[in-house]
Design a protein around this ligand. Sequence first.
Ligand SMILES: NC(=O)c1ccc[n+]([C@@H]2O[C@H](COP(=O)([O-])OP(=O)(O)OC[C@H]3O[C@@H](n4cnc5c(N)ncnc54)[C@H](OP(=O)(O)O)[C@@H]3O)[C@@H](O)[C@H]2O)c1
Length: 379
Amino acid sequence: MKVAILGFGTVGVGVYEMLENCAGLEPGPVLVRPGKEDRPFKVSSMEQIVNDPEVSAVAEVMGGIEPANTYVTMALNAGKHVVTSNKALVAAHGIELAQLARLKGVSFLFSAACGGGVPFLHNLAIASQSDEILALGGILNGTTNFMLDAMQSEGKDYGDVLKQAQALGYAEADPTADVSGLDALRKIMLACAVAYDKLPVDGFDREGIESITAADVADFQASGLTCRLITSGGPAGESVYAYVEPVLFPANAPECSVVKNFNMARYNGKNAGAIVLMGQGAGRYPTASAVVRDLCGLGALEMLRPACAKVQADNSACAHPYYVRTDASRAGLFRFRESRLIGSVLRGVTEPVAVPAMHALANKIREEGGSIFFAAMEA
Ligand SMILES: NC(=O)c1ccc[n+]([C@@H]2O[C@H](COP(=O)([O-])OP(=O)(O)OC[C@H]3O[C@@H](n4cnc5c(N)ncnc54)[C@H](OP(=O)(O)O)[C@@H]3O)[C@@H](O)[C@H]2O)c1
């Protein structure tokens, strides 16, 4: 089967190389920008790809919402299978693209968009047909895991580990999507859509790692705790819950063994119990391997089923005790289980607080010019 590739960057080059050595698949034309057709297989017109009868599938690995959405729509309309690594595209237009794919009798798959090389969505798509998925999520952003791990193991401050992550190519020049939790949030949106036929598009709670300091890490490390940025999703009545926040884990938790830029995706099946998948969440070949894995499974798997619909996330029933570091003047805002005042800095652990309430409180403190770091306490 000949596969056209849209985009010849980090992932695109990896997909091309893997297809050159993959039984049953071969690379077809590669879409590049006009003026960049420096090899015979590169083309700059999407029409050339959709009108090529030898091309049966398209791998969209160019990123962004437009023109990716237009090109994927063109490919599906032309009766070609589509595999994409583009989480932003699937979060924005996945349901419509999956409907079009069904209409045309082709596949629309996107394993690489959540967990890179970790076969999380692939497993979820199958497991959710045979089991009840009670909860899902995990460590789905390698950049922030690298940074938190480096802060903890090397005692460095946030700014230093961010520079280190950028120098190693783990963080982009503008790291906002990673450190703010947006990248992880998009991944939990896709996982909920695959597992529950519900794509949450609103009502999330999202806290990244931008406010953590070396002093925070030293403080909870003294109690044997490790911080990870965790995405959480699960059923919530007619809707789903979906949120991202730092979580503190005791030393025996599996999350503590996830170091560097690795990912750890997990789900709990009613029958299967806890399933944990670990691996490279990004990078040329891990991500390309997930794209090619999808290409090998065309026709056998549906990730977004006909029932999939957009919903508003409902986190109101989710609650945890939280570790909080804030200004002493904010003490009255929290019901602390235990707290310590060190100069003008207040540190403590709250009684259980609903997730939306905790995130709203932190937003309010910041809007008023105050400072806060918070992390859920894993029981
Ligand atoms: N890198 C990873 O580890 C990873 C992991 C998981 C998912 N993903 C996802 O995979 C996608 C690609 O990521 P990447 O890291 O490979 O990005 P990248 O290195 O920036 O590559 C994207 C390529 O697409 C090309 N492109 C963009 N718009 C185009 C257009 N209109 N026409 C023709 N070519 C166009 C770019 O060309 P120019 O250079 O000329 O702009 C570039 O060569 C993204 O959606 C990303 O979120 C990446």
